[in-house]
Design a protein around this ligand. Structure first.
Ligand code: SF4
Ligand code: SF4
Length: 177
């Protein structure tokens, strides 16, 4: 289909009205109160429920809550998550309670902050934090690995402490699950 291009009128070709209109807008804002923030020292307070960058968390015993089920990797629309499960080299003493990932990466350049990973996680191990200032000097810097994701996520209180229960069931008293 050919779209007919409408020719500019004489008034439109003059451009002066458009320029004057621009000045009018500038003048209107010139006398208004300004909100200048000294970013990054000052940051916006984001509203509750804000979906920022996803990070991994540990429980109050310092255990990685993620159990490498890979549901988040499967559900992630832009395929921003890459997980390598623990594999057979895991400590046999804790093999039946320890499934923390060997590698866990999130490509923050791909992430669209949809929150699906947080919603699907059965362990409450991944959360979208109130963090909107993601910066990096290169693409590779924006791929967050496991230690970085855990450091940023911090500790989340786990009232159930499933690990202790599982360790007890497996007769692993003395071994910190
Ligand atoms: S927030 Fe969405 S896009 Fe980002 S890692 Fe989670 S599932 Fe993937
Ligand atoms: S973060 Fe949650 S959903 Fe993703 S692999 Fe770990 S336990 Fe599974």
């Amino acid at each position: 289909m050919i779209v007919k291009r409408t020719a500019l009128t004489w008034w439109e070709r003059l451009y002066i009205p458009a320029v004057l209109n621009g000045f009018r807008v500038t003048l209107r804002h010139f006398f208004r109160r300004k909100v200048t923030m000294q970013y990054p020292e000052e940051k916006w307070v984001v509203p509750p429920g804000y979906r920022g960058a996803p990070y991994l968390v540990k429980d109050q015993d310092g255990r990685t809550k993620c159990v490498s089920c890979q549901l988040c990797e499967f559900i992630c629309p832009p395929k921003a998550i890459r997980i390598v499960p623990p594999g057979p080299e895991v400590d046999p003493a804790t093999a039946n309670v320890e499934k923390r990932p060997r590698e866990f990466e999130i490509d923050m350049l791909r992430c669209i902050f949809c929150g699906f990973c947080q919603e699907v996680c059965p362990e409450e191990a991944i959360f979208l934090m109130e963090d909107y200032s993601l910066t990096g000097g290169s693409r590779s810097e924006m791929v967050y690995d496991l230690p970085r994701l855990l450091a940023l996520g911090g500790t989340h209180h786990d009232p159930i402490m499933k690990w202790q229960q599982k360790a007890r069931e497996a007769g692993l008293q003395g071994v910190k699950p």
